[in-house]
Design a protein around this ligand. Structure first.
Ligand code: NAP
Length: 261
């Protein structure tokens, strides 16, 4: 099926690495235009050079998204470069382990700046352009929103709010035909995940335990599998009547009875 994403301008926050990079590649494979927004200049520029080498249309916008100004500038730069904006994927985030016991109120607020506030700011500044294109937004959440993880109040509550905002924006933007959905990953091998895993005394042992609890195939979800779900949701051809949904792409991790697998 043709997803009809050709020439669609799609902004991907955290698009230089991990899930975001898989999505940037996926957008280009569908002949869309990937706007890679990330703070990692070296990797962002490397990815865009690789994609341009494959004749893809794309650009890199360096931004540290923890300020509203940076979010506004990223959207302005996109529209200056391509004249339009068809979709936003809010993906940048970091499991920064600001816990209830070890953290502090100011660290908690800073975690929300890293994981939640820029989702709102990006959508806010993108909205006038999305109204024109009758576009779509996909928010990347996390299983921690519904399962908890322990020791990560900022990240888990940001992800919970992202699920709530997905429903809230889906309702608010109905009159404009703008669809809003969320993808919820659980265990995906990315630089962020590797970093988290390496914080355990025996990372390989920890990984083995985690894999044994993933119902479908006892394996990690591939970044490309998350990207495929996002591309489906972005496509008004494939998902034109899908809005306000939380799509779990997690091998059954959250909802299946793991005691039976
Ligand atoms: P990743 O490997 O760390 O890639 C994320 C990219 O976003 C990195 O380049 C990162 O830069 C960048 N970034 C983060 N915060 C940013 C900011 N404030 N401004 C600009 N760039 C920023 O992460 P990932 O594993 O692909 O995760 C992507 C999304 O999926 C996140 O929202 C995460 O919560 C969610 N998720 C992932 C998993 C998983 O298993 N991997 C599970 C559930 C949910 P730095 O490298 O400098 O941080």
């Amino acid at each position: 099926m043709d997803l009809e994403l050709q020439d669609r301008v799609i902004v991907i926050t955290g698009g230089a690495k991990g899930i975001g990079a898989a999505l940037s590649r996926g957008v280009c494979q569908e002949n869309g235009i990937a706007v890679v927004v990330d703070r990692d200049k070296a990797l962002g520029e490397k990815l865009v050079a690789e994609l341009r080498g494959l004749k893809a249309s794309c650009c890199f916008v360096q931004a540290e998204l923890t300020t509203a100004d940076a979010c506004r500038q990223a959207i302005e730069e996109t529209v200056r470069e391509f004249g339009r904006l068809d979709a936003l994927v809010n993906n940048a985030g970091v499991n920064d382990r600001i816990g209830l016991e070890d953290g502090s109120p100011s660290e908690y607020l800073a975690s929300l700046e890293r994981n939640l506030v820029h989702y709102y700011s990006m959508a806010h500044f993108a909205l006038p352009h999305l109204k024109r294109s009758r576009g779509a937004v996909v928010n990347i959440a996390s299983k921690t929103a519904v399962t908890g993880q322990g020791g990560t109040s900022g990240y888990a509550s940001a992800k919970g709010a992202i699920l709530a905002l997905t429903r809230e924006w889906a309702v608010e933007l109905l009159p404009y035909g703008i669809r809003i959905n969320a993808v919820v990953p659980a265990e995906v091998m990315t630089p962020l995940y590797e970093q988290w895993l390496s914080s355990f005394p025996e990372p390989q042992k920890k990984l083995k335990t985690i894999l044994s609890k993933i119902p479908l195939g006892n394996r990690m979800t591939k970044p490309e599998e998350i990207a495929a779900a996002v591309l489906f949701l972005l496509s008004s051809q494939a998902a034109g009547h899908v809005t306000g949904q939380h799509l779990y792409v997690d091998g059954g991790y959250v909802h299946l009875d793991r005691a039976l697998t």
